[in-house]
Design a protein around this ligand. Structure first.
Ligand code: AMP
Ligand code: MG
Length: 317
């Protein structure tokens, strides 16, 4: 059974190899759409928009799953020393990468936002189920973690519905359920950041695991020969200049990988590999200098390199 639906700003695809009723599948997709309504920063009625609109004013009652995501987001901020920070929203909005209004902000404009980008001023009350942003002007953006959260939840629902074999592709983020029915692993491509969508640098075999990438080529614009992409360094409020083209990670939780790949991108390869090891996830870095680094665990997942691209020259480490 195959399903395609639009949510989280992207096209989402579910393929399962077991039979479940259309009703059940439709119910699961409805859950994903409801989640999109809750989490989107673009929808004016979303719970996240309400939190943002009341920054510096008052706390906002939210659903328990929002509390879960925000707590997780803050945890990934802590362990990445602020490389992942959902309060990056005012800066994301100023750059507007990928939108009609995209432009390079001035130093003065960026300086004005500095005190707002600070995950430590997200106040979460788990008893009352409320969230409060301390400073007026602050805003949160779950673009770096929401899709992963949704994937974990949808996988859980499919498994509970009896699915033992399947693959979810949410805008390039992959989650697999079990193996294929014929016993083979799910073989998925890793996007080549220097090539057209769908062109991969290699493939990897996955069973019951997720694969997530953060990359410059997902959203960017060019001005005077310089590429400005959508992953911002919360410490500079500028596109992270960490020498990375893309970072891909594998592991059990899509949400963890979603947050971590964003953080690993910002941190760059050296600090990023340390964090990946610390968190027990496997990663592949493709660097601007043409080098590639894969952790042993990444390679052991039957990673097969394509030979016809610039970044395939070397595996370092
Ligand atoms: P991803 O594609 O998962 O790496 O997420 C990138 C998206 O997350 C961007 O389009 C922004 O909406 C948001 N974002 C950008 N930089 C950061 C950051 N340092 N921490 C958290 N979210 C970010
Ligand atoms: Mg992410």
């Amino acid at each position: 059974m195959e399903k395609i639906f639009y949510a989280f700003g992207t096209v989402n695809y579910i393929q399962i190899e077991d039979e479940i009723s259309e009703d059940k599948m439709d119910g699961i997709i409805k859950t994903a759409l409801a989640l999109d309504d809750q989490l989107s920063v673009f929808k004016p009625d979303s719970e996240i928009a309400k939190i943002n609109n009341n920054a510096g004013v008052k706390s906002v009652k939210v659903s328990p799953n929002i509390i879960t995501i925000l707590k997780q987001a803050c945890y990934y901020s802590e362990i990445s020393q602020g490389a992942f920070d959902i309060t990056i929203k005012p800066a994301v909005q100023l750059w507007n990468v990928g939108h009609k209004e995209q432009r390079i902000p001035t130093e003065v404009e960026l300086d004005a936002l500095k005190s707002w980008v600070d995950y430590q001023s997200i106040v979460i009350d788990e008893i009352e189920n409320t969230v409060y942003l301390k400073k007026s002007g602050q805003a949160i953006d779950l673009g770096g973690i929401a899709k992963g959260y949704a994937q974990d939840l949808i996988k859980e629902k499919l498994v509970n519905a009896g699915v033992t074999s399947g693959i979810l592709n949410f805008g390039g983020s992959i989650m697999t359920i079990g193996k294929k029915k014929n016993g083979a692993v799910w073989r998925v491509g890793i996007q080549d950041p220097l090539n057209k969508r769908g062109k991969s640098v290699g493939t990897i075999g996955l069973k019951d695991e997720s694969l997530v990438t953060s990359a410059v080529n997902e959203r960017f614009f060019k001005k005077d020969g310089v590429t400005y992409h959508h992953i911002l360094d919360p410490h500079t409020l500028r596109p992270a200049q960490s020498g990375v083209l893309s970072v891909t990670a594998t592991g059990g939780s899509a949400m963890e990988l979603d947050a971590l790949t964003t953080a690993l991108f910002v941190l760059g390869m050296k600090k990023g590999i340390d964090l990946a090891n610390q968190m027990g996830i496997d990663a592949l870095y493709l660097l601007q200098n043409g080098e590639m680094y894969a952790t042993n665990g990444f390679v052991s997942r039957d990673f097969i390199l394509q030979t016809n691209n610039k970044n395939s020259g070397r595996i370092v480490g």
